[in-house]
Design a binder for this molecule. Structure first.
Ligand code: ACO
Length: 424
């Protein structure tokens, strides 16, 4: 295996070390390139840049493989709960039954919210987007949790307990319901549903079909190596920013429509296609037209140049929940048809554009009763353990502060010319 790359620049030879990973993926270490040659690398979108070494998740985008701490996503989804997956991502190993019970109970201990948070919540205008609320309140939490006495593990437990409460509060404020509290006898995911949908003074009956579908969605979103929001969290961690503010920044990054916001955009697109008569070919042509800014939402991925393995699983979960709940869902039917046409189209084939996780997730959220502007909030609840694991890993790795360089294309140095004010 080659450990050194020879680089010839203007007749000089430079030896660059090669870094390699578990699956023999290789990277040229260019950290001394500028020092030795005066050159930097230029990589807009960081498409070809390895930012750090990591052992949390692994993606083979060509083969459509996703591993969490070495375990294939297809096994995790069938054998683990979201809480177990969170433990795995944060601690590196799956918990035994005693560790799992203790972890679940510890999360329940933090399932409360300070009174002041409810008061601030009341002042938020109804039109503010739920992702803005989630991001702001995740940061505000630091003001009400006494950091001085907080152990590191407790910070993770606080966020696992409190993010669902914030999400549920946002939903209930929108629909005019008072806050609903957790039931200590319910599972983590059943409690999310209870906090969203229970009615005052009425017994909340859990629906195992819905709980299972939501738990699977949370697991599928739990980590995805160096994506945009996770890189945001890692960059903040590299500056030694706190966990809550780093996660808050991750939520803001996820909000973007090219990232987590795509799940809302997919449903809006499918509804528009239906409303305009369901002519799939017309929309495919629109997506292919370079003069038209429209893109087929839920298609394409920076890393997957094959099927996103999460999309395969999510499609089955969507079909199962729609049939088990006996729903007639024209959006699911349309999504299936659109996928069929797109993956056969030469444009999508050549550019290796396949459905991503967001293509079917919105259909499940809709079946559960989550409104469209809350879809990305649900994604954030799932991504939380991944963000925290990356924040922790950065601190443990002692990675240096993230600070890229640039190619400056502005004015050359110039002087301010004194202006003579001519008056009116
Ligand atoms: N519809 C039509 N054309 C597309 C699409 C799409 N969904 N996605 C990519 N392309 C085309 C681009 O126009 C570009 O064409 P060109 O080479 O002729 O200029 C080519 O495919 C490559 O696209 P890039 O944008 O350069 O690829 P990149 O890796 O930067 O972007 C992204 C990936 C952002 C996901 C892109 O595919 C996209 O915008 N998809 C739609 C939004 C979406 O579904 N986002 C969710 C991603 S998953 C997640 O974040 C959870």
């Amino acid at each position: 295996m080659c450990k050194i790359i020879n680089l010839d620049i203007n007749g000089y030879n430079y030896k660059l070390p090669v870094v390699s990973g578990t699956f023999y993926e290789k990277a040229i270490n260019i950290s001394k390139l500028r020092e030795n040659t005066g050159l930097i690398t230029f990589d807009p979108g960081l498409k070809n840049t390895g930012l750090s070494k990591s052992s949390i998740s692994f993606i083979d985008g060509e083969k459509g493989i996703l591993l969490y701490r070495g375990y294939p996503i297809e096994q995790i989804i069938n054998k683990c709960s979201f809480v177990e997956t969170s433990y795995l991502l944060l601690n590196g190993e799956l918990p035994n039954s005693k560790q799992l019970e203790s972890f679940s109970n510890q999360i329940k201990e933090f399932h409360y919210m300070n009174q002041e948070i409810y008061q601030i919540f009341d002042k938020i205008p109804d039109f503010y987007h739920p992702m803005g609320i989630l991001s702001s309140f995740t940061c505000i939490l630091t003001a009400f949790i006494k950091n001085k006495y907080l152990k590191e593990q407790d910070m993770y437990l606080h966020l696992l307990a409190k993010l669902p409460i914030l999400a549920a509060l946002t939903y209930r404020k929108k629909v005019g319901l008072p806050p609903s509290h957790v039931d200590k006898n319910l599972s983590y995911t059943s409690n999310i549903l209870k906090m969203f949908f229970s009615f005052p003074k009425k017994y909340y009956e859990t629906n195992p079909i819905i709980t299972d579908a939501l738990d699977k969605l949370l697991i599928l979103h739990a980590d995805h190596e160096q994506n945009c929001s996770t890189t945001t969290v890692r960059l903040l961690s590299s500056a030694h920013a706190g966990l809550f503010s780093s996660v808050s920044a991750g939520i803001s990054a996820l909000w973007g429509r090219l990232h987590g916001g795509a799940n809302q955009a997919v449903i809006e697109m499918l509804e528009n296609i239906l409303k305009s008569g369901g002519n799939i070919q017309k929309w495919i042509e629109k997506a292919k037209n370079k003069k038209d800014p429209f893109r087929l939402m839920g298609f394409g991925h920076r890393i997957y140049k094959n099927f996103d393995p999460r999309a395969r699983i999510i499609k089955k979960v969507a079909q199962k929940i729609i049939s088990q709940l006996d729903m007639d869902n024209p959006i699911l039917k349309l999504a299936n048809e659109l996928e069929e046409v797109a993956i056969q189209d030469s444009y999508f084939k050549e550019k290796k554009l396949y459905p991503n996780i967001d293509f079917y997730s919105g259909i499940i959220y809709q079946a559960i009763g989550i409104p469209k502007d809350m879809f990305t909030v649900m994604f954030a609840l799932g991504r939380l353990p991944g963000w925290m694991a990356h924040w922790k890993e950065m601190r443990l790795n002692r990675d240096p502060i993230g600070r890229p360089r640039q190619i400056y294309i502005g004015y050359k140095k110039r002087n301010i010319v004194e202006c003579v004010d001519e008056g009116i």
